[in-house]
Design a protein around this ligand. Structure first.
Ligand SMILES: Cc1cc2nc3c(=O)[nH]c(=O)nc-3n(C[C@H](O)[C@H](O)[C@H](O)COP(=O)(O)OP(=O)(O)OC[C@H]3O[C@@H](n4cnc5c(N)ncnc54)[C@H](O)[C@@H]3O)c2cc1C
Length: 449
């Protein structure tokens, strides 16, 4: 296999890495590759849908998993699927939605791989109901940093399993994942949209929705100030009993952003206009629509490479979660800090999460999660530090899949199971053969024992 020099980025395009990359076609080749020598470590890269530096290894080696994308076996009686880790959510929908199955949960893009979904223990709009992706994994095959291949599950090497779920690729390369798909009555969802006039109203709406709805998500206007601060649209949804005629399982059409937009195209004024229009899109009395499930789950996928809208300097995404009890005070402070900084964020996402994940570094906890995009401008990194500090003060954490700027001390306080994670890594990777820009930035491995 040949290694090629290439530049990789995270989805936000603020972080870049020059790497030696290899794209194996088959699992045995991936196992052989891991047995090589790597001066600055090696790391698996899915499709780079993490925003920051989680999938990057600047100056080191990277194993691209995109061609390890075969379905291995499927049991239609109970929905159990074994697939290679490079299979995407798009692949899963294409193969199984026509047969009445879909992934148990999914992030907001279908262009993430199953390996990436495990390694970030991703959550979807149904987290309160079904937990995160790792909660559905029955077992997985992993190539350890030593090159040895092992199968791990909640009962086989449970510590290594817990380190791999949400373990940001640091336990090795995931080859196969076994999990159960969910049976669905149709390929459509009935979506109810309602305006939420302010933050208190929004939180009350979400608190009710997490108990009653199959899916719930809020789109919040991060630019609204004063009495309107925290206003937005609450969407709840259920699987429709049948598909409206002519809509079943159709893949959504996609458009592309042809060039990097110039930096000045996005400014607080244009963003504000967009956010206001989005709010008014839904009539004051609300509305109910039936949509293809993919359109509901992946509204941003309709525009290919939408990250280029932010121009060459890229953008940051901030996502945190704060516990229920702290959420009213914390969210208010976060929105005030954003408004004070006049940083300008397109629609932010506000939703609830149901509880802790299975992984040592799983992001979810029972609480409210807020996610916002900020164009990269002078001063934005200070704002991100301020948002992280507010999060910490309120017992919350920042999501590593989105992060590019957190510091090691903040990270260690947010992730209390870091000690357990380090113990597993010390036992399977004493020579630190797996590395990433994220692991170095946050000192995830800690001092050498
Ligand atoms: C538009 C958009 C919406 C999103 N919405 C959500 C959301 O709602 N919820 C959510 O949780 N996340 C969300 N995300 C984040 C995304 O789901 C995660 O970052 C996911 O991990 C990306 O998958 P990927 O295959 O691109 O992995 P990459 O970004 O390439 O890699 C992510 C991590 O996984 C590791 N990894 C990848 N493949 C393997 C493997 N085979 N073995 C071992 N480690 C591996 C990498 O080393 C890296 O640490 C969103 C991202 C985008 C762009």
């Amino acid at each position: 296999m040949t290694w090629k020099t290439m530049t990789l980025t995270g989805w936000g395009r603020t972080r870049r890495a020059e790497v030696a990359a290899c794209r194996p076609e088959r699992a045995p080749a991936a196992v052989r590759l891991l047995q090589g020598r790597f001066d600055r470590g090696i790391l698996a890269y899915g499709l780079g849908r993490s925003y920051g530096d989680a999938p990057l290894n600047d100056g080191g080696h990277v194993l691209l998993t995109e061609r390890l994308n075969r379905m291995v076996s499927f049991d239609p009686d109970d929905g159990t699927l074994v697939c290679e880790a490079g299979v995407t959510f798009d692949d899963l929908f294409a193969a199984f939605l026509p047969r009445g199955f879909m992934p148990p949960t999914s992030p907001g893009t279908s262009f993430a791989t199953v390996g990436g979904a495990v390694a970030n223990d991703v959550h979807g709009k149904n987290h309160d109901r079904v937990g995160s992706f790792g909660d559905h994994v029955l077992w997985l095959d992993l190539v350890l940093p030593s090159g040895e291949q092992v199968r791990v599950s909640p009962t086989e090497r449970p510590d290594l399993f817990a380190a791999t779920i949400g373990g940001v690729g640091l336990t090795g390369v995931i080859l196969h994942v076994c999990f159960r798909l969910r049976r669905v009555a149709s390929a459509s969802v009935e979506v109810r949209e309602r305006r939420m006039p302010d933050l208190d109203g929004f939180m009350a709406g979400l608190a009710e929705a997490r108990e009653t709805a199959g899916y719930s998500v809020g789109w919040i206007d991060g630019m609204a100030r004063g009495a309107a601060m925290g206003r937005g649209i609450l969407e709840t949804a259920e699987t429709a009993p049948t598909d409206p005629a002519g809509t079943a399982a159709k893949a959504p059409r996609k458009r592309a952003v042809p060039v990097d937009l110039p930096g000045f195209a996005l400014n607080p004024f244009s963003i504000n206009l967009f956010n206001q229009a989005y709010y008014r899109r839904v009539p004051a009395a609300g509305r109910t629509r039936t949509l293809p499930v993919r359109q509901f789950l992946y509204p941003l996928d309709a525009i290919h490479d939408w990250n280029r809208i932010y121009g060459k300097r890229g953008f940051y995404q901030f996502q945190n979660v704060v516990p229920d009890a702290e959420a009213p005070a914390a969210l208010r402070k976060l929105l005030e800090a954003i408004s004070d900084a006049r940083a300008g964020s397109f629609l932010a996402v506000l939703k609830t999460l149901g509880g802790e994940g299975r992984g040592h570094l799983s992001f979810p906890m029972r609480g409210y999660t807020l996610a916002l995009d900020f164009p990269r401008r002078d001063g934005v990194e200070d704002l991100l530090a301020r948002l992280a500090a507010i999060t910490l003060d309120h017992g919350g954490r920042v999501y590593l899949a989105k992060d590019a700027v957190l510091d090691p001390a903040g990270f260690a306080r947010m992730y209390p199971r870091l000690g357990e994670f380090r113990q597993v890594l010390d036992s399977i990777d004493p020579d630190r053969r797996i590395q990433s820009d994220l692991s170095r930035r946050l000192d995830i491995r800690g001092a050498v024992a």
